[in-house]
Design a protein around this ligand. Structure first.
Ligand code: FES
Length: 81
């Protein structure tokens, strides 16, 4: 099965079938997409298994989605939370 794209903050991101949104962003060289409230430190994938909640994104308008657990679907619109 061939790949597809999702859109991250207006940027097309290639995805291989079965990849999570977090894996696709990482493969595209995107390592962080949010910051901490107090010190503005960058956050992205950390645990990779759904425990730390560092990877939260908004997907198709749904906030607080864990990128590391969410399998990308063609045409997903992803923005930072
Ligand atoms: S990277 Fe820790 S919950 Fe997603």
């Amino acid at each position: 099965m061939s790949g597809f794209e999702i859109v991250f903050s207006g940027r097309p991101i290639p995805v291989r079938p079965g990849q999570t949104i977090g894996a696709a962003l990482h493969a595209a060289g995107i390592r962080s997409w949010r910051t901490t409230r107090i010190n503005g430190r960058p956050r992205g994938l950390f645990c990779g298994i759904g425990v730390c909640f560092d990877c939260l994104l908004t997907v198709n308008g749904e906030p607080n989605v864990r990128a590391c657990l969410t399998v990308a679907r063609p045409g997903d619109e992803v923005t930072t939370s």
